[in-house]
Design a protein around this ligand. Structure first.
Ligand code: GDP
Length: 452
């Protein structure tokens, strides 16, 4: 395998940058661009050792840094790896990479370090995929789920299922091949029970996918309400900064403003919209139409009402739009004298939160409601959660093979049952990457960034 190099830190101004080199020639290439102050040869130093020295190319020294040496197989990729830390300037970082390439390294492709780790048996495919999730995680729960997957939570769960299916198949095969030998009586009802048990475990896994996605990617959320109910104030409270224009004049939030915020355990992708109301103002209308469209497409609607005013036709229109949606009613301005018909709102929205958007502690009340409604708090991040479409497809494929196998137990031959159980096992092997095509592996790692 050729030796590859890439910058593993973001290409931006920062304290330090890290160049990673991996492959048989990693240490000899590193020696050409890094001179240890100790005079030692990097080829001769032990693994897990760090060395201060000068960074150079053919034009001479241009920085000082640290080289950390990892000897195969005890490295991230399983190959010899040298990581050179230099100062985090963009010019210096690029120059270091160019120096490594001139010294004989090939530029690493997207995810190539992690791909090599997978190909060298350092991690299964689900753990490799979790690396991307861990990097992308915005909240505590998503990071924890990704960490657990990198520790093998999904791998272990499907290995358990796989061994049950292999045992069923071995039993069937032995019975078919040697019916008159000492194979204990074939217990079809036991096989049927095992298949049903595996199926329900797989179904539980499959059910984690949608909620897991909401947890990882954040919930596409829209804040709606007629003008002046306090949407912008709420948005600002949520985002902790003055992003939207807050004003006494109705209708000043003309268009949408997007923001990602962490509310309790939940990441919200927020969109502040113009208030819902009938308007002849063209600019305003664009905003209002968009608000209605956003209610349809949003995963969560936060509908804001003014506690100090009786319900108006615009509020009723909003309530109508929210029917059938995952929606939370926020009754705002509870510091003022109440005039709103709470019963009417409570009859449509499963969660009605009474707050004053001017007070910070309102966030906790809203956070609880959002966690309740999205059921994200119920997601057990310490157990296996599916995180990619690919994993979901493998699990679904396995479930349908088991459904077929279950039918075949009643209606066809044992051979057919065996073949279908093999199909189910193949889906699991593909999920973990134990048996997977190059095309699938390439596809998985193409989602990665360079340097990982
Ligand atoms: P929007 O048009 O729905 O975005 O409403 P804004 O956020 O611009 O708020 C309209 C007015 O209501 C502003 O003067 C806010 O300061 C005020 N406001 C917002 N929330 C509260 C609240 O909880 N209590 C009171 N008394 N005023 C509020």
């Amino acid at each position: 395998m050729n030796t590859i190099a890439a910058i593993s830190t973001p290409l931006a101004v920062g304290g330090i940058s890290v160049l990673r080199i991996s492959g048989d020639e990693a240490k000899s290439i590193a020696e050409k661009i890094f001179i240890p102050a100790s005079g030692k040869k990097l080829r001769a130093v032990p693994g897990y050792s760090a060395h201060f020295g000068r960074v150079r190319d053919k034009n001479g020294d241009f920085d000082e840094g640290i080289a950390t040496v990892f000897n195969a197989p005890k490295s991230y990729t399983g190959e010899d790896v040298v990581e050179i830390t230099c100062h985090g300037g963009i010019y210096i970082t690029k120059r270091l990479l160019r120096a490594a390439i001139s010294a004989g390294a090939a530029p690493a492709q997207n995810g190539e370090f992690t791909k090599r780790a997978f190909l060298n048996g350092k991690m299964d495919l689900t753990a490799a995929e979790s690396v991307m999730d861990l990097i992308a995680a915005q909240g505590e729960q998503a990071a924890k789920a990704a960490h657990m997957m990198s520790e093998g939570s999904l791998w272990q769960e499907v290995q358990g299922i796989k061994s049950v299916l292999i045992a069923c198949n071995a039993h069937i095969a032995a019975f078919i091949d040697y019916p008159e030998d000492d194979v204990p009586q074939l217990k079809m009802d036991e096989i049927k029970r095992s298949v049903a048990d595996c199926r329900s475990r797989l179904q539980e896994l499959s059910d984690t996918f949608d909620r897991g996605r909401l947890m990882r990617e954040g919930i596409d959320t829209v804040i709606v309400g007629k003008p002046n109910v306090g949407k912008s104030t709420l948005m600002n409270l949520l985002s902790g900064c003055d992003r939207s224009i807050v004003t006494e004049i109705p209708g000043t939030t003309r268009d949408t403003v997007e923001e990602t915020v962490q509310l309790g355990l939940v990441t919200l992708r927020l969109c502040d919209t113009a208030g819902i109301r009938d308007s002849d103002d063209i600019v305003e209308k664009i905003g209002i139409d968009r608000a209605k469209r956003r209610i349809e497409t949003a995963q969560l609607v936060i509908a804001v009402f003014d506690s100090s005013k009786a319900l108006e036709p615009d509020d009723l229109e909003l309530i109508e739009c929210c029917k059938g949606k995952l929606a939370i009613a926020v009754v705002n301005k509870t510091d003022l004298e109440p005039k709103l018909d709470l019963d009417m709102i409570g009859s449509v929205f499963p969660d009605v939160v009474q707050i004053s958007a001017l007070q910070r502690d309102s966030l906790d009340v809203l956070a609880n409601a959002v966690e309740r409604q999205t059921k994200i708090a119920e997601l057990d991040t310490s157990s296996a959660i599916l995180s990619t479409e690919r994993q979901k497809q493998c699990v679904e494929g396995c479930i349908s093979a088991l459904d077929e196998a279950d039918k075949a137990i009643e209606t066809t031959t044992l051979d057919a049952v065996g073949v279908l159980l093999d199909d189910a096992i193949a889906e699991i092997l593909s999920l973990t990457g134990e048996r997977v095509t190059d095309a699938v592996v390439d596809e998985v790692f193409s989602r990665f960034c360079v340097g990982k």
